[in-house]
Design a protein around this ligand. Structure first.
Ligand SMILES: [Ca+2]
Ligand SMILES: [Ca+2]
Length: 97
C-alpha cells in the first residue's frame, strides 16, 4: 500500500513541481548532473559503459608517475586508482549524457 508510486521521474533530486523552481536552479541542477556524468564518462562519448570501466581498469593500481597512469581514472582524486574509482564508474553504468 502506498508503495505503488512508480513515478515518471527517476530524478529524486528534482522537486516534484518544477514550475515553482527558479530557472537558474534548474540550470544549476542540470550542470551538476552533466558534470557528474562527464566525470565517469572517461572517453567522453556520452555514455558510461564497459569502455569507461576498461579505462579505469587499465589504470588500476597506478600512482602518479607510473606508466599507464591516467589522472582521469582517479575519480576521487586520492592519487590511487582502485576499486573505489571503478565502483564510481560502475554506479553510473548505462547512464547517458
Ligand atoms: Ca564513455
Ligand atoms: Ca582514486
Amino acid at each position: 500500500m502506498g508503495q505503488n508510486q512508480t513515478s515518471t521521474s527517476q530524478l529524486d533530486d528534482v522537486p516534484s513541481d518544477p514550475i515553482l523552481l527558479d530557472p537558474s536552479q534548474i540550470w544549476r541542477w542540470w550542470e551538476e548532473s552533466a558534470l557528474m556524468l562527464m566525470e565517469t564518462d572517461l572517453n567522453e562519448d556520452g555514455v558510461v559503459n564497459k569502455v569507461d570501466i576498461d579505462i579505469v581498469a587499465r589504470a588500476f593500481r597506478t600512482k602518479p608517475g607510473d606508466a599507464g597512469r591516467n589522472p582521469f581514472a582517479d575519480l576521487d582524486d586520492n592519487d590511487k586508482v582502485n576499486i573505489i574509482d571503478i565502483s564510481r564508474v560502475a554506479k553510473d553504468f548505462g547512464k547517458t549524457a
